[in-house]
Design a protein around this ligand. Structure first.
Ligand code: DOR
Ligand code: ZN
Length: 380
């Protein structure tokens, strides 16, 4: 067997659904699925119930993750649209340093966190910049700084967010870029020196509108699958894409087959085999994968190193991705039926064997919750 050894991957965009939607996923099942995908750190999004938008909600979520996670977890705080803006910023600003970043939804999404007006958007960027003036942004030298603002901003809203980032000099991370117009505008922003980074998902890199007819609602997510020309633009602009992240957004098959299917697809288990298959096909280099799945997310979010952490992958035997092999709660993947190379055989986290041959060996709670020192939820 030809075995490749990689560092533990970072998936900088997952929805682990706890609290509120644990029938879809929870901190144990989602982080177990992450290990099966060679991922040893995940950054969890705030659109849970309740949303992660107050100190209490963040502390409660950190305690749940500390008790259940089997890989390391960073938590986003989220901007909510249900309170006067002053109360919103009062809510998460005191705990901004305990979050990996601030997530703002300005485009259509799952849940109720969407911000649709300039007033709150302006206040969010202004107050984040004020907080950064106190704490600095998080780097290895400044671990108690705050992270970037991450936005789900499609189409015209992307230009609004780029402008606010520029006006306040706030580092901006654009999640799941999917269209030619977007990646080309981000390229322009980077050329002009704006503090902007971005990510693309495996589903936007490896699927397109041409797959919608056979996938049905299994191919429905936000942003929606884009045209083959949009997909080509992402590949042409690989140098503009800082991160590959999954937007692991588990929903049950029953929900996906209902009259009102929620948008989103699982992804944390299938990213590495899809990327290694692209390496095998000469579309990517291994160095480009490691830069986008380890080095860049660590730099952008200021994540700590994980000592003695490795992933061993069989890169010899092709296999077919299948629903039945998925460890995530919904147990399906939009990539079912796809031939890939790159099967995760073994994962070691901080010197302990945590995953081997399809089995999660780590104890619930053995993962660390990042940045929680000041609210006391870190079990070390
Ligand atoms: O497809 C999506 N699913 N896009 C989002 O923005 C949210 C996510 C979810 O939470 O299900
Ligand atoms: Zn998401």
């Amino acid at each position: 067997m030809t075995t490749l050894q990689l560092p533990g991957l970072i998936d900088a965009h997952v929805h682990l659904r706890e609290p509120g939607y644990t029938y879809k996923e929870d901190f144990y099942s989602g982080t177990a699925a992450a290990l099966a995908g060679g991922v040893t750190t995940v950054l969890d999004m705030p659109n849970t119930q309740p949303p992660t938008a107050t100190p209490d909600a963040l502390a409660a979520k950190a305690a749940l993750a500390a008790a259940k996670a089997v890989c390391d977890v960073g938590l986003f705080v989220g901007a909510v649209n249900t309170m006067p803006i002053q109360h919103v910023t009062d809510g998460y600003l005191p705990v901004a340093q305990q979050a990996c970043g601030l997530k703002i939804y300005v485009s259509e999404t799952f849940g109720s966190l969407r911000i649709e007006e300039l007033g709150p958007m302006h206040a969010l960027f202004r107050t984040w910049a004020e907080k950064a003036a106190e704490t600095g942004y998080r780097t290895p030298e400044n671990p108690s700084g705050i992270g970037p603002i991450a936005v789900h901003a499609e189409d015209m809203m992307l230009a609004v967010c780029l402008n606010l980032s520029h006006l306040y000099d706030v580092p901006l991370h654009i999640v799941h870029v999917s269209r030619r117009s977007e990646i080309e505008l981000i390229r322009r922003a980077k050329e002009r020196g704006l503090p902007v980074t971005c990510e693309a998902t495996p589903h936007h890199l490896f699927l397109s509108t041409e797959d919608v007819s056979h996938l049905g609602t299994r191919g429905d997510m936000r942003p929606k699958l884009a045209t083959p020309d949009d997909v080509a633009a992402l590949w042409e602009n690989l140098h503009v894409l800082d991160i590959f992240a999954t937007d692991h957004a588990p929903h049950t098959l029953t929900e996906k087959q209902s009259d009102a299917p929620p948008p989103g697809v699982p992804g944390v288990e299938t990213m590495l085999p899809l990327l290694l298959t692209a390496v095998d096909e000469g579309k990517l280099t291994l160095e480009q994968v490691i830069e986008r799945c380890v080095t860049a997310p660590r730099r952008i979010y200021g994540l700590p190193q994980q000592a003695d952490t490795t992933v061993q992958v069989d890169i010899e035997k092709p296999y077919t991705l299948a629903d039945a092999a998925q460890l995530c709660k919904p147990g399906w993947t939009p990539f079912a039926g796809r031939r890939v190379v790159g099967r995760v055989e073994r994962v070691t986290l901080r010197g302990r064997l945590v995953y081997e041959a399809g089995k999660v060996l780590a104890e619930p709670g053995s993962g660390q919750v990042l940045f929680q020192q000041k609210i006391g939820a870190n079990r070390g």
